[in-house]
Design a protein around this ligand. Structure first.
Ligand code: GTP
Ligand code: SPV
Ligand code: MN
Length: 601
């Protein structure tokens, strides 16, 4: 990698030798001693700095500037083809004991792991620039806000972190003079981007993360899955709050009644799309607004859950995004966006499968090869992404920056299931809802490396992101319910049920408003539901289906539960619980017994 000039080390007012900032500079000096970079660049987060870094990244061929007429101030990055998604098999929770990491995480012993990683990091930044990226997660005035410092040798990471977080001097200012201030230490080095030297390691007890050998998304934007979820969930467990893989949206009726809901769907299962939903014509006067599209930090206040979005941008799935599926996302990514692994057209625009209009006659695909519509390979990678500032979103909720968070009326769990699971149902109470979350399953997607389309249990969409023992996590959820006098109602959705021909039965996207409306009506006390063994289900007439183009028999299937399927499903829950080796709390085992009794009753 060519070098950045000039060296800036550290600029006035940053990394000053006082208070917490002294500990930051000392730590940066330690990392520099180990990794021996050519120079150190302290990021202040300013416009001027960003312009300089973009120019520099383009000069080094790390990004390609797109046509300013087509997508103003936007860039394309291509990652190494061996490095296109999160790597769950190389992700580790490094707690003193294996038991603390629990049965769902890869564990490795902290001292040994530090030793191994320090060996890999020794001299790793030789000839490179070490960037110091200070950032805040959460609205700065939120009691939940957290500071992290990511040290990285990737300019792409710096550019992405500036979009995804509140990055720069603002974070060091927040640490200020307080020597006790809590902050996350994150070290990232590309090394030589070799999968056999790729490790994403978390040290919850030390509030520290070390990531090596990757340059992609959730592996390296340490604010996101690593801090906001894995370390975050551990801190939340310790401190009595929740860090969840959930979107947060506001929904307002024509009468001005507003609710906020949070929804946990696994990776590439519809969070960003749901968070930006545009209601169909039939729902004139209804407004949906986005607080967050991926992560929710929730605290208890006055017996209710209040949620903030710790992020400042969206790192979203590109393929399939169009004016038909998600116009708000299309507007958000029409300028000031950093694209990764999409195709480049001959006129400097970006293209992907599922974009509006005809495919270009010729393009350069995500690997940098010539592409035409006749090519066998996809032009954009299935996990190609955009990073775009949250303020680009035309339906950003007015409370998105509110530090106190928004009150959550409903929590929705949902996976990608071709069969068995109905379009929508409601838990009978909190613990039943926790059971629905704990047993949810989903077909795997391209968001992580490995096979796609395989059903796997993914509790609360947190399987890859819970930074401690999953049994303790379930107990934390149950304990949280006990502290809530006004708990959110809990629902389960499945947008992905298919017919025998393998076609989706439900149109999804904007039409999910029909389900959202039923959910908020239930929060308002509507009785429009029937009690079934697995929970409350709407009857077709309980949903507002006017103007919907779904045959009646399909609707019937979507809202039905098949007893044999559910007996099989409950057996799978049992197998899953048993696979966890005795950590599942009794409350959840009891829930299963109760559902079984209701099914055979
Ligand atoms: P991550 O960023 O990985 O966490 O993904 P996400 O949960 O935000 O998922 P996203 O909204 O990006 O959607 C992922 C894929 O699911 C895209 O290909 C969408 O087109 C598709 N999708 C989203 N919502 C729906 C829906 O309601 N129905 C159907 N059939 N597909 C959907
Ligand atoms: C996810 O996989 O849930 C994502 C993408 O949001 S990544 O940031 O790569 O984890
Ligand atoms: Mn996600």
């Amino acid at each position: 990698m060519k070098d950045i000039a000039p060296a800036i080390s550290p600029p006035p007012g940053m990394g000053e030798k006082k208070g917490a900032n002294a500990t930051v500079s000392d730590w940066v000096a330690e990392v520099a001693d180990l990794t021996t970079p050519a120079n150190i660049f302290w990021c202040d987060g300013s416009e001027a700095e960003n312009a300089y870094l973009l120019q520099e990244a383009a000069r080094q061929d790390v990004v390609i500037k797109l046509n300013d007429q087509k997508v103003p101030r936007s860039y394309l990055h291509r990652s190494n083809p061996n490095d296109v998604a999160r790597v769950e098999q190389f992700t580790f929770i490094c707690t003193p004991t294996r038991e603390e990491a629990g049965p769902t995480n890869n564990w490795s012993e902290p001292a040994e792991t530090y030793g191994k990683l320090n060996g890999l990091l020794k001299g790793a930044m030789k000839g490179r620039t070490l960037f110091v990226v200070p950032y805040i997660m959460g609205p700065p005035d939120s009691p939940l806000a957290k500071v992290g410092i990511e040290v990285t040798d990737s300019i792409y990471v710096v550019l992405s972190m500036r979009i995804m977080t509140r990055m720069g001097a603002v974070a060091l200012q927040r640490l200020g003079d307080n020597l006790e201030a809590e902050w996350n230490r994150g070290i990232h080095s590309l090394l030589d981007v070799d999968p056999s030297r790729r490790f994403i390691c978390h040290f919850p007890q030390d509030n520290a993360i070390i990531s090596v050998g990757s340059g992609y998304g959730g592996n390296v934007l340490l604010s996101k899955k690593c801090l906001a979820l894995r370390i975050g969930s551990y801190l939340a467990f310790q401190q009595g709050w929740l860090a969840e893989h959930m979107l947060i949206l506001g929904v307002e009726s024509p009468e001005g009644q507003k609710h906020y809901v949070a929804a946990a769907f696994p990776s590439a299962c519809g969070k960003t799309n749901f968070a930006m939903l545009i209601p169909p014509k039939r729902f004139a006067g209804w407004k949906v607004s986005t607080v967050g599209d991926d992560i929710a930090w929730m605290q208890i206040r006055d017996g209710r859950l209040y949620a903030v979005n710790p992020e400042n941008g969206y790192f979203g799935v590109v393929p399939g995004t169009s004016m038909k599926s998600n116009p708000n996302a299309m507007k958000s990514i029409s300028h000031d966006t950093l694209y990764t692994n999409v195709a480049l057209t001959d006129d400097g625009d970006v293209w992907w499968e599922g974009k509006d209009g005809a495919p270009p006659a010729h393009a350069i695909d995500w690997r940098g090869n010539s592409w035409t519509p006749e090519s066998k390979e996809k032009a954009a990678h299935a996990n190609s992404r955009f990073a775009t500032p949250m303020h680009n979103n035309p339906v950003l909720d007015p409370e998105a920056e509110s530090g106190g968070g928004v009150p959550i009326s409903a929590i929705i769990f949902g996976g990608r299931r071709s069969d068995t699971v109905p379009l929508i149902f409601q838990a009978l109470d909190w613990n039943h809802g926790v059971y629905l979350g704990a047993t949810m399953a989903s077909e795997t997607t391209a968001a992580a490396t490995g096979a796609v389309g395989q059903v796997r249990r993914d509790p609360m969409a947190m399987l890859p992101f819970c930074g401690y023992n999953i049994g303790s996590y379930f107990k934390h959820w149950i304990a949280t319910g006990k502290r809530l006098t006004n708990p959110p109602l809990i629902f389960n959705v499945n947008w992905f049920r298919k017919n025998e021909a393998g076609k989706f039965l439900w149109p999804g996207f904007g039409d999910n408003m029909r389900i959202l409306k039923w959910i908020v009506e239930r929060c308002e006390g509507s009785k429009a539901a029937a009690e079934k063994p697995i929970g409350w289900l709407p009857r077709p007439n309980d949903l507002d289906l006017e103007g919907l183009d779904v045959p009646q028999d399909a609707m019937q299937t979507l809202l039905s539960i098949n007893r044999q399927d559910w007996e099989k499903e409950l057996e799978a829950h049992k197998v899953f619980f048993e696979s966890l080796g005795g950590v599942v709390p009794k409350e959840l085992l009891d829930q299963r017994e109760q559902i079984l009794r209701r099914l055979s009753g």
